[in-house]
Write a new protein. Structure first.
Length: 187
């Protein structure tokens, strides 16, 4: 018998001061059996950092959602689609390979990667040259301390506040605040 995904509920209040985006979102996250709390929470942080695109890119006429993630490698971890179904934003977390990223860049207007884990520097050194031709790709490196602190916040039911200011994310619940530090690697 196959192990089923674990369901998490997140009520996320986003205050993106930088982009003037303020909204409450309710999400259901299905954590694949092989996905860690760290990866799931990085997906949530990536969504919070890019939620403003719902307004700035789609003028409010789109759907911001979690993808199938590890269950389907052809599906982004987070996506923004306009109401025609066109993928406007494709977000991947982790250390993806160059070919799936090139394929994603062919499908979506913008592709963003949030690399995390201690091996992200090694991954970046190996893949950087292969990704340089992808003009609609942005790569961020999330600090290991940030991703691990996010993992500690994972609960089956979460009430979270996300504040984005000066390119930084502060994610908080009733007892914990995590400053998510990201370094832009590309472009």
């Amino acid at each position: 018998m196959a192990i089923k995904s674990t369901v998490f509920k997140a009520n996320l209040s986003i205050a993106d001061i930088e982009h003037g985006y303020y909204a409450d979102h309710n999400f259901t996250l299905a954590r694949h059996p092989s996905e860690t709390d760290e990866r799931m929470m990085v997906r949530l942080a990536a969504l919070a950092l890019n939620a403003h695109a719902l307004q700035t890119v789609c003028e409010g006429n789109g759907l911001l959602a979690f993808g199938a993630g590890l269950s389907d490698p052809e599906d982004p971890d987070v996506s923004l689609r306009d109401y025609t179904g066109r993928p406007r934003l494709w977000i991947e977390v982790g250390l993806p390979e160059d070919r799936p990223l090139a394929k994603a860049c062919g499908k979506a207007d913008q592709v963003v990667v949030y690399a995390y884990q201690s091996s992200a520097e090694i991954w970046w050194q190996a893949i950087q040259g292969k990704l340089s031709r992808l003009r609609n790709l942005t790569v961020w490196r999330m600090s290991t301390a940030s991703s691990q602190a996010l993992a500690a916040m994972a609960q089956r039911s979460m009430q979270l506040q996300a504040t984005v200011q000066d390119g930084q994310l502060m994610l908080s619940d009733a007892s914990t605040s995590v400053e998510v530090a990201c370094e832009k690697l590309m472009p």
